[in-house]
Design a protein around this ligand. Structure first.
Ligand code: FES
Length: 106
């Protein structure tokens, strides 16, 4: 059994998340994160746009590029790197899976 550092939080299983699905999850400290499953795997990022806090669960997904629905800032959800007109990066979080359960490092 692997012992996880205390910066890792258990999220549970997300077998119901299919490619292209997004799901908001509240962490024990109240922080809201967005889980996104794409063809390349599971990703986690800040749930709100860094521009004007629009919920990114309502954003558009094309491959691994997430687009905010309000002013169309875009990010690579692997790295949080801003793309195109986006002026700020998006916070992304490391995930790992153990015995079917997902853990997030925040
Ligand atoms: S609120 Fe998201 S780009 Fe403006």
């Amino acid at each position: 059994m692997t012992v996880l550092a205390d910066t890792w939080h258990s999220l549970g299983t997300f077998d119901d998340l299919e490619i292209g699905d997004k799901k908001e999850v509240t962490l024990p400290d109240g922080k809201l994160v967005l889980l996104i499953r794409t063809q390349s795997g599971m990703h986690a990022c800040c749930a709100d746009c860094p521009h004007q806090d629009t919920p990114l669960a309502e954003g558009m997904l094309e491959g691994d590029v997430l687009t905010c629905p309000l002013h169309f800032w875009q990010w690579d959800i692997n790295t949080g790197e801003a793309i195109g007109i986006a002026e700020e990066p998006l916070a992304v979080f490391e995930l790992r899976q153990e015995n079917g359960a997902w853990f997030i490092r925040v």
